[in-house]
Design a binder for this molecule. Sequence first.
Ligand code: CDP
Length: 573
Amino acid sequence: MPLELSDSARSLLRLRYLRRDEEGRIIETEEELFWRVARAVAAAEDAFPRGPRSAEIAEKFYELMTTLRFLPNTPALINAGTQLGQLFACFVIPVPDSLDGIFGAVRDAAKIQQTGGGTGFSFSHLRPRGDLVRSTRRPSSGAVSFIRIFDVASDVIATESVRGGANMAVLRCDHPDVREFIDAKRNPALFSRFNFSVLVTDDFLRAAIERREIALINPRTGLPFAQANAGELFDAMVDAAWEVGDPGLLFYDRIQRDNAVPALGPLEATNPCGEVPLHPWEACVLGSLNLRAFIVERGDRAFLDEAGLQESARLALRFLDNMVEVSRYPKVEIETICRANRKVGLGIMGFADLLLALRIPYGSDESVAVADRVMGLVQAAAVEASRRLAEERGPFPNFPISRYAARGEPPRRNATVTTVAPTGSISIIAGCSSGIEPLYALAYRHVGEFVGIVEPHPLLLRELSRIGKYDPALLHEIEVTGRIGHRTDLPEELRRLFRVATEISPEEHIRVQAAVQRHVENAVSKTINLPYEATRDDVRRAFLLAHELGCKGVTVYREGAPRGQVLQVLGHC
Ligand code: CDP
């Protein structure tokens, strides 16, 4: 079967994925890329005499990818079967409270980013600004000042890396530098390679609502260092997020409730986009099922092929477990914990495409039910596949100390099986909407490293012709404004179906995220997009609702905020 890829997919593959020789000339075709990945990942089979042979599995993996039903994360597509061989997208690196420790972490992060992996750090162990540095008897410059070193290093190595470095900085809500951390990204010249998230506890949120004073603790001594009003700190988080989109929140207690191996200590930070909470030195491989590839059309009705989706999910889980097996590791500490926990994150993309095909508006009760149903199917298939692999290959080595064993569940091969990633690049390759996001706009462009225009959705064009509204003036307007919500001459049903990210209320966004999170063992990457007119109170309500509905974190982005946007409506350039 010929490989069907869009023009955008082909140009993105040429830009970043296809192998090159020493002079930078492309030396493989798209088909060869998928064979390289399929064979390299299938090679893991040969280590397990009780399983099938690698040649047979390589063919299945090749078909799974080239029918665009599933793609692994970018580092796997670029590095599998090459000398780099590093297949993981998500890492958490510990940052200890010493100069040696901090600069060691900078070096480790640089090496990881060179291979296309993203890094997250908790800066909560660093002594606060003003605390004494014993060797020099001078005050420390504080946690935030050190984040700048990571940011600059990331920027410098970006040019020689397989893609621009991405980072997550995490700080606990009771760290004395939390206020400086909250406001850090207000300066647009700093921290361009970082997302910032405050790790908030349930106790903190209660104190914030009651506007109580709390103690800020010096991690070096474990003793109170300063006091702050939790209500004012929360106001500051809301205000900065409203203004610049950072910080996001991570909900500490909710995250720890799903910690598969609590004996290893708490999950301390996440990867750059927030979808994988990890232990220090831990990493996770990701892969996503493209829901668009499972839509079956019968007459003018569409269905989701649920059995097909689950069958692919089981094979995809095997693919991800194989990745843990064959990947190269940047450091022995990382290899040790990754092999002991074998965390993988299988997720979905093309969710908005599925809803459009089913004629269900994003954010409606029906869409929440679809989110629940679809992710439930993937989660169930992934757990089933991980249990079967445990029979074939043995459970993950930390299984006996995991909460699964404590609950008397059957052995499984992986400490976690599901995640929803942003799928920023692989959704372009697969030609579907990204992750579980609604359409960003009806037509838009990618700016930054990859430049491409996303044409109006084919279903919209079909609907417009059906009702006799397919005219050049309207199409031009769609390209300029990216939406049709304001066109009262178009049928209400159509305008509701094709609402874009900023036309969907924060509550609706969050209800979809929460429904998906119910069936995801790691976390869910999702941006709560707000229109420019949104108020600080909208942000506050979104933060509290996300917590109430059991999300593990929340990120808002108000239209027009200065954060590095990679998507842009054409009329806005
Ligand atoms: O689509 P793709 O596999 O390229 O990645 P994604 O789903 O958009 O992002 C998944 C994860 O990859 C992020 O959370 C980061 O950990 C990492 N990433 C990165 O390190 N650098 C980027 N420029 C993009 C993603």
